[in-house]
Design a protein around this ligand. Structure first.
Ligand code: DAH
Length: 339
């Protein structure tokens, strides 16, 4: 029995040396130490031994079991270490490889120029206010002297949400909202999105941006309007800019004017940029109509004011000689990266 035990141990240990994975190892454990294993079978025969032999063989059997168990354990450790080493080798990261470049974002050209315009007006003591894009017909039209049957409404192809709710077609309603809330002196600009039901082409978009301006105080005159706008335009386009006021009509201002700046490309000679006119129109303006002041509870005998409205896209297109409005909204990074 002693020889049998020793042979079991020797065979088991030898087999262990050849195992390549943990499954083979488990098979060996079952074959020798399992319920139907060789060592267990021997132990079952111990009953037939003499009382003297029994403790000797028992001790040896225990030794053999321990040796096999240790053998299995140490082989398992080795196999696990080898597997880990293989995995580490396979997953090695080369930290010296160059990283994937990640593109930096940049300000949109509309934002760049809007920020600049805001800075100029803030420098002249203006505040920036916002108004809603979904607007009551009353604020977008009625209170600005554009009653329901007014022909000028047709020139602003309006998106109606209901009979008296529209997507604002201009930023001028913010004038009314401001005057309703705030007592003069008022000095605000209000930039924002406006909507008109226009088909998309190089110069039209159903969504674009305007910047509204409004000043109301005692003794405001057309001279204040001219001075403010000339200062603004010279800061925006350069000190040598030449500015021209042209009579015009807007329902909410009286008198009204359109303001042109002499084409900085051809200095008034006429070129492609100014469509051979020598001048480029940049905004509409005028003295706030007395009825508009009255609509907001401001006494036109006591207060006067001026207002202005300009399209942001046009200013930016001129600034960077961009000839297609659609580029602003497509957000092609190759376009945006240039600013
Ligand atoms: N709201 C006008 C438009 O969309 C622009 C405008 C003209 C605004 C004259 C004004 C103004 O405040 O005084 O065409």
């Amino acid at each position: 029995m002693k020889e049998q035990l020793e042979s079991i141990r020797d065979r088991a240990l030898q087999e262990l040396g050849h195992t390549g994975d943990l499954q083979e190892l488990e098979k060996i454990r079952v074959n020798y130490l399992g319920k139907k294993g060789e060592l267990t079978a021997i132990l079952k025969q111990m009953g037939g031994l003499s009382p003297e032999e029994r403790p000797v063989i028992g001790q040896l059997a225990n030794q053999v079991r321990e040796q096999i168990e240790e053998g299995i354990q140490s082989r398992a450790d080795t196999l696990k270490q080898q597997a880990l080493a293989r995995q580490l080798a396979a997953e090695t990261i080369d930290v010296t490889l160059p990283g994937k470049p990640c593109r930096r974002g940049a300000k949109h050209p509309l934002s760049i120029v809007l920020d600049e315009i805001q800075e100029i007006f803030i420098g002249m003591g203006f505040e920036i206010v916002q108004g809603p894009e979904v607007e009551l017909d009353y604020y977008n039209f009625e209170a600005l002297n554009l009653p329901k049957d007014h022909p000028a409404r047709d020139t602003q192809d309006t998106f109606y949400i209901s009979d008296n709710v529209v997507l604002r077609t201009q930023t001028s309603p913010v004038q009314i909202r401001t005057m309703e809330k705030q007592k003069p002196p008022i000095r605000i600009i209000s930039p924002g999105r406006v909507y008109r039901s226009d088909a998309v082409d190089a110069t039209h978009s159903p969504l674009f941006h305007q910047i509204e301006g409004l000043v109301v105080d005692k003794g405001i005159t057309f001279a204040d309007l001219k001075g403010t706008l000339e200062t603004f335009i010279k800061r925006l386009y350069g000190e040598d800019s030449v500015v021209r006021f042209r009579p015009h009509h807007f329902p909410f201002t009286e008198p009204s004017a359109e303001v042109d700046v002499q084409c900085f490309n051809c200095k008034g000679q006429g070129c492609r940029l100014c469509k051979n006119e020598g001048w480029i129109e940049i905004l509409g303006c005028g003295m706030v109509h007395p009825q508009v002041l009255r609509n907001c509870g401001i006494d036109p005998e006591e207060y006067t004011g001026f207002a202005l409205g300009m399209g942001l896209e046009r200013v930016v297109m001129r600034r960077y000689t961009i000839d297609d409005l659609r580029l602003f909204y497509e957000n092609d990074v190759r376009f945006l990266q240039q600013f």
